[in-house]
Design a protein around this ligand. Sequence first.
Ligand code: NAD
Ligand code: IPM
Ligand code: MN
Length: 376
Amino acid sequence: MAFKIALIPGDGIGKEVMAEGKKVVDVVSEKFNFEISWNEYDFGAERYLKEGKTLTEDDLKELSKNKSIYFSAIGDPRVKPGILEKGVLLAMRFYFDEYINLRPIKFFEGVREVLANKTAKDINFYAVRENTEDFYVGIGSNEAKKRSKDEFEILRTLYSVKFNLDIESDRDEIAYQIGILSKKGCERIIRYAFELAKRKNYDLVTSVDKANVLNFYAVWRKAFDEISKEYIKDGIKSEYLYVDAAAMFFVLKPERFKVLAIPNMFGDILTDLGAGICGGLGTAASGNINPNGISMFEPIHGSAPDIAGKGIANPVGQILAGAMMLDELKKSDAANMIIKAVEDVLREGKVRTPDLGGNAKTMDVGNEIVRKIKEM
Ligand code: NAD
Ligand code: IPM
Ligand code: MN
């Protein structure tokens, strides 16, 4: 039986790195004797500019026919910021209730050190980012007038909420954004973080928030307090860090981290920082996971308009996202072979893209990883 996988190359370097990601998944599937049947979709800037649409209800239903989604990146300088990000990427995360954003932060041997003396043994942990709530729910405006009314309805698998806002101000041009956290939403992601620590034999889960300023993070803390107690018997310790201090420790002492549970927006920021201390966005992968639904796998970087079209983007993040997808599909041997091949190629350092100090092309890196796999 073939796995039906949705393939969404998206925009900019998305298309370039996806070609390599697909190649690598295809080669391990041959090696391990399972079949992938790719369904490719053209969601992204070109379609939006031509047809004026992002993801429609029909598109989402169509995507539901797949077992999993292999995504790259969207975003285009010709399109107003937010349209594709919300209309394509967040639309999928929310529709499929992919509440876990798992982002391994892993330094690969052979990559030039970014932090003095911090290498593979020091930087190897997991960011578990909440992926459906917080300031990402889309309640906000940049054009509230002196007297105005705004209505928002948020539909989630866990709940629905309506906000009817009466806005009165003595000034025009009031902008605001409202974040939502639900106790259940916090619990499910925090529990996932502890379960991950248990599975990986890690003895610490760090909670990140800004409960000293933003009221709603109190519910995150309450959930973390309760759930952390359940895992004391498993020898898993817990701690709280405010996001500002957490950012400092990413740089000064990354070895202290094992698993971090992070609300959505801070998780977005800290994981790019995490990629940065590992040499850049080029090697970072991520899974948008719904354990009982359709998950989506993507690199953590965007469409990188500054280097798009040159064939020099690093495809490793995309390729490792493919490994995460195969792991989720219970093809762990195939996933591990991809990881091993990536590790070998990075350690040898002969074929690497300019972001890692080399002069190879995107395609050369993909081909080298394929060659390694064929040799295994
Ligand atoms: P970006 O991640 O695209 O790029 C940031 C910097 O990192 C750039 O200098 C870029 O050249 C470099 N970079 C990123 N990926 C790289 C790779 N694989 N190899 C080598 N260098 C790489 O972030 P940005 O510039 O802030 O955003 C560009 C667009 O992408 C925006 O429209 C943004 O909204 C969108 N975006 C989309 C996603 C997604 O679809 N998952 C994620 C982040 C940003
Ligand atoms: C990411 C991206 C997205 C996010 C944007 C493009 C909506 O930055 O996947 O990290 O903020 O989650
Ligand atoms: Mn991001």
